[in-house]
Structure formats: C-alpha cells, structure tokens
Design a protein around this ligand. Structure first.
Ligand SMILES: Cc1ncc(COP(=O)(O)O)c(C=O)c1O
Length: 446
C-alpha cells in the first residue's frame, strides 16, 4: 500500500538575527566562551584549487600507496567485515590498543596497552581529557604560542588559560615555576600543563631535554598533570630524538596524546590517549557519552596497515617529502621576507613560525594575502591574550615546493609593501623605522 502523502510543511526562512535572539535564552552558558578556530573557518577558502594554502596542517596524502589501500580493504571484506561494521568497545579494539605502544616505542616511549584509549583523532583526546579534568574557571597552563585548535576546546570547558612564554628551547620552565608559585600563593591550583614538546604546532620548536626534565619535576612537585600532545615526534628530519615527557615521568603525572593523522592519514580520524588508570576511567566515561566508540572500520584499517610491514617505509617517505618542503620554505623565507623578520628552523614536523617587524599586523596581511590567493594562520590565533599579532604560522607539508616558494614570495612582497607604506608615513611623521624595503635598498646601496 502506498503511504499517505502528507504535504510538506512550508519552508522556514533561513536563520536571521531575530531568530538568534529567540534561541539565545536556550543556549548553555558555555557557548558564550566557545570560539571558532580560524583554521576551520579558512578551510573553505584554503581548499579552493587556486589558493596556495600554507594555512592548514594538512599532511600529504598523495603518497599513500593505493595498492596497499586496496589490499587492506579487500582483506577486511574477506575476513573482517562483520566486525568492522559493528560497534566496538569504548576503549578501542584490543589489537589496536596493543599495536599503539609499538608505534610509541619507535620514539623510545614505553606504554601499556591497558592504559590506551583509542579516540576519534587527537582532537577528541584533548576534548576528553579537558572534559574529565576541567570545571568552569579552572586554570590551565600552556605554551605561548600554543596549538590554535586546542584553544576552542579549552574555551568550551570554560577554562582560564594562562600561556607561558616559549623561546627556541620551548616553554620557559623558570616562568612556568614562577607562574605556578604565584597561582599557589593566590590559592589556585591549575589542572594541567598542556604542551606540544616536539616540533610544536605552531612554533616548530622542540622542548630541550633539560626543560623536559624540569617540566616533569615541576608537575610532580605541584601535583598537577602534564598533557603531552605528540602528533609530530616521528616526523624528525634531523637531530637526535628526545625522550617524551611520558617516558621521563613513567606515566604518573603525564597524560600522553597521540594521533595517526600525521603519520598515516588525517581522514581516518584516529588518535589515542595514554593515561594513569583513574584518569583513563573518566576519559572512557566521557567517550561513552561523546560517541560510544571510534569507528571499528577505521581501527581495523589502521591495525592492518601497521601489521602490513609498510608503516615505517611510509613514514620514511613522508619525512623525505617534508624535509625538502621545509628546506624550500626556509629558503624562500630567507629570500623574500623583509629585513627584521625572524623565523624558526624546525628539525621536523609541519610548521615554521615567522615573526615580522612589529608594525605589521598579520591579520591585515592575511586579508591582503587571500586577495592574492595565499593563506596562512595569523599568529594571534595561537594566543588567548592578544599576543602574536605580527607573527604567522606557515605550513609546509600540504603543498608542493614550487607552490610553497610562490606562496612565500607573495606574502613577502605584500609584507614589503606594508612596510614601505609604513616607512613613508613614518618618514613624514618622524617615527622610528622598521626594516622595510626602502631601508633594505639603502642598505644594499651601502
Ligand atoms: C598539536 C596538535 N594536536 C592535535 C591535533 C589534532 O589531531 P587530529 O587530526 O588527530 O585530531 C593537531 C592537528 O593538527 C595538532 O597539531
């Protein structure tokens, strides 16, 4: 029998400001602090083919071996389909929980499978850890600058974020200790220190061995946790690997967050968190509420990839690609960025952090750069306190070398023009001169 036809309800007009007012009373207080990530907002622009995007943190997925993809998919179809299409345990599939410590062991970090919780990307791990530990108004400490994508998570749980300055050796542990002492004197005990110690996003810097030891020692002394977020450790192009904070600590005060996004594929949305049992239990409860479990299909895919024996070869290939892209970017910055600019020289990872003369606001520069089809992340996105306005994060993993060079050239030219304009005004108004193109020409001329 044909179902009875019900005429569709008239289409409501799209949401307008008036409508928003109507919903306002319904929103939870926490939504007032929720902030959008600039990178997410920019995704729609940055993925246009004509745009050279140095904005995202996109890994290069073009080298993933298609034959292996087919083989794994066919293998799942042949002998694992029913399980792959089923719900799974909240903690993750046993096989993958056992394989993850083997991935961590490649950087010399030991972990127990029962301490591992598989998550829907590293981002969910950050969300679940924050959900488990943070009440509104609780203090969190993190690097300055920090991973821009962590800030919306911290804001969603109404955390009070304090950023501790970094230099070329990572977070300044003297300032960390000082901040904790001051907070303690004011009766405040932060919940955790969030750190990306290796090839940091966005700074490209790596926390030195001595500071790693100090950070763990400080966390123990003040009895707070460190959340170590390590998506990039395996992407080292040069230099000696450093022990993770987790391995220095032995897993008492450090919660370790990992992800397959940058070493297998971001589209899998697969990460993990290793935490001491009491914290892990709360994380698992949070994950039950969030999404019950991470996709079995995706976990099965990753497990078979790890078992294929081609994981190391794949990561080696990525390292090669990224090393030469980093070199292309550093070379182009040295050639095209104005005098007075400074930038990091990362030994691995995906990002360079560049700082321009103070008179350049990289938010304004971005608006101009988008007009010339280049995108980057303005530095202010990596801070909660208004710092970083003359800095920018540049990604070198997602774009081939010629496009990196062209993108940097366009940004450099725009920065030069902005400085030139400033110089003209400054000359008239007798303001101090930053290093700009006019000055550069003067210097060249001797
Ligand atoms: C430091 C850091 N943490 C977490 C993430 C999120 O990773 P995932 O793609 O696994 O959610 C990223 C992604 O760029 C990152 O750079």
């Amino acid at each position: 029998m044909e179902p009875e036809q019900v005429p569709p309800a008239p289409r409501r007009p799209r949401t307008e400001a008036r409508d928003l007012e109507r919903y306002a009373a319904l929103f939870a207080a926490r939504t007032r602090q929720m902030r959008s990530s600039a990178m997410r907002n920019m995704m729609s622009i940055a993925t246009r083919p004509e745009v050279i995007s140095l904005a995202g943190g996109l890994p290069d997925t073009s080298t993933f071996p298609a034959d292996l993809f087919e083989e794994i998919a066919a293998g799942i179809a042949a002998d694992g389909l029913a399980g792959a299409l089923q719900y799974g345990p909240t903690e993750g599939l046993d096989g993958l929980r056992e394989a993850i410590p083997e991935v961590m062991a490649r950087e010399g970090t030991g972990a127990e499978p029962e301490d591992v919780t598989v998550t829907t990307g590293g981002q969910q791990a950050l969300d679940l850890v924050t959900r488990a530990l943070v009440d509104p108004g609780d203090v969190l400490l993190c690097d300055a600058p920090t991973y821009p994508g962590a800030l919306p998570t911290f804001a969603a749980y109404q955390a009070d974020v304090i950023q501790v300055e970094c230099d070329s050796e990572g977070m300044r542990t003297d300032l960390l200790e000082q901040t904790l002492t001051e907070l303690e004197a004011g009766g405040k005990r932060p919940k955790f220190i969030y750190s990306v110690p290796t090839f940091q996003n966005p700074g490209g810097i790596t926390l030195s061995l001595e500071r790693r030891r100090q950070m763990v020692e400080i966390a123990r002394r003040f009895e707070i946790l460190v959340v170590e977020d390590n998506p990039y450790g395996l992407l080292r192009f040069e230099g000696d690997p450093l022990p993770s904070l987790y391995s220095i600590d032995g897993g008492g005060f450090v919660v370790y967050v990992g992800t397959f996004s940058k070493i297998v594929a971001a589209g899998l949305r697969l990460g993990w968190v290793v935490a001491p049992p009491p914290v892990r239990q709360k994380i698992v409860l949070g994950k039950q509420a969030a999404d019950l479990c991470t996709s079995n299909l995706v976990q099965e895919f990753a497990l078979r990839f790890l078992q294929s024996g081609r994981f190391d070869e794949y990561v080696d290939g990525l390292r090669e690609v990224y090393r030469s892209r980093r070199d292309a970017m550093l070379g182009a910055i040295a050639e095209y960025f104005p005098h007075g600019a400074d930038w990091s020289r990362p030994e691995g990872g995906l990002f360079v952090w560049a700082t321009l003369p103070e008179v350049i606001d990289t938010g304004d520069l971005l608006a101009k750069a988008l007009g010339e089809n280049v995108a980057f992340v303005p530095g202010a996105e990596a801070f909660v306190d208004g710092r970083g306005t003359n800095s920018m994060r540049l990604n070198f993993s997602g774009v081939p070398e010629e496009r990196i060079i062209e993108g940097v050239r366009r940004i450099g030219r725009l920065a030069d023009r902005m400085l030139g304009l400033y110089e003209t005004i400054a000359n008239t108004a007798e303001l101090p001169l930053p290093g700009g193109p006019v000055e550069k020409e003067r210097r060249k001329a001797g």
